[in-house]
Ligand binder design. Structure first.
Ligand SMILES: Nc1ncnc2c1ncn2[C@@H]1O[C@H](COP(=O)(O)OP(=O)(O)OP(=O)(O)O)[C@@H](O)[C@H]1O
Length: 259
């Protein structure tokens, strides 16, 4: 089942029979549908379902093997993409404030001047994620949760209309998760479009109004309550649920002494 989203007025991101993968082999295929502007969409599915590949496909880091992705006038550099933390090289000798400042790149351009007001803006973003005291720390010295806060600070500075997050809450403590979920809520209030690959279905039900369930293809797409049903989750996990019990058949079998 595929669908266009409700709520927004215009699409921010449209897939048309899109397939993405590696070495010519699709990891996720036949994606059809739209994410509307201002929508906050959870991308869910079992391990290896193609969630990261779909996000990477949007930013051109996974090959598009067929179909089309329409960003409706945005360029890839206008998007904010927050990859999974293990994909970030933390051995690079850069401080937290320098790392966060890379979020300004799109606005400053490659040779733009980094002015005092930019430094104040970066410091403010670090304060908003609770990292003011660590701005001079090397990124390699940060904990996993602190690094995730830093990635959100950089994303705040990117000021992007479309934000892609790959498992942003994995491996962090509850306080960090609550703070970062608050920032997603802020983006929602600001009308930004957010697509986040997530594992915690309770969190998705609580904080994400729309969901896209995948397992190498789209299993269901729509309002979260309608997507995260037992039947859809079983289909995504490759376990079709048994058909509903038929009382008449059960009674007939019982009469035959077969139960
Ligand atoms: N760089 C790569 N080269 C080849 N195959 C890859 C690559 N990255 C992922 N794959 C394969 O693509 C498929 C989808 O992987 P992907 O990481 O997109 O899934 P996922 O839903 O994000 O999983 P998880 O929840 O475990 O992060 C898997 O079979 C995976 O092994």
């Amino acid at each position: 089942m595929t669908s266009s989203a409700a709520g927004g007025t215009a699409p921010a991101l449209t897939f048309r029979a899109a397939s993405f993968g590696y070495g010519g082999r699709p990891a996720i295929q036949g994606v059809d549908g739209a994410v509307m502007r201002g929508e906050v969409l959870a991308l869910v599915g079992p391990n290896g379902a193609g969630k990261s590949t779909l996000l990477k496909g949007i930013v051109g880091e996974a090959a598009r093997l067929s179909g089309d992705v329409d960003l409706h006038g945005l360029r890839v550099r206008d998007l904010a993409y927050l990859p999974q933390q293990p994909e970030i090289d933390r051995s690079f000798p850069i401080t937290a404030i320098e790392f966060a400042a890379t979020g300004l790149w799109r606005r400053l351009g490659a040779f733009g001047r980094y002015r005092p007001e930019h430094r104040a803006e970066v410091a403010d973003a670090l304060a908003r994620v609770g990292l003011a005291a660590l701005e001079g720390s090397l990124i390699g010295a940060l904990s996993g949760g602190q690094m995730q806060r830093l990635l959100f600070a950089r994303t705040l500075l990117q000021d992007a209309p479309l934000i892609l997050l790959d498992e942003p809450f994995t491996g962090i403590d509850a306080a960090t998760e609550a703070d970062l979920l608050g920032i997603v809520g802020l983006w929602r209030e600001q009308g930004r479009t957010v697509v986040a690959a997530l594992h915690d279905l309770a969190q998705v039900r609580a904080a994400f109004p729309r969901a896209l369930l995948v397992a190498g293809r789209v299993i269901a797409w729509g309002d979260t309550a309608a997507v995260l049903t037992a039947g859809n989750l079983a289909r995504a996990n490759g376990r079709e649920l048994a058909p509903p019990a038929d009382p008449a058949a059960d009674a007939a079998l019982a009469a035959l002494g077969a139960t």
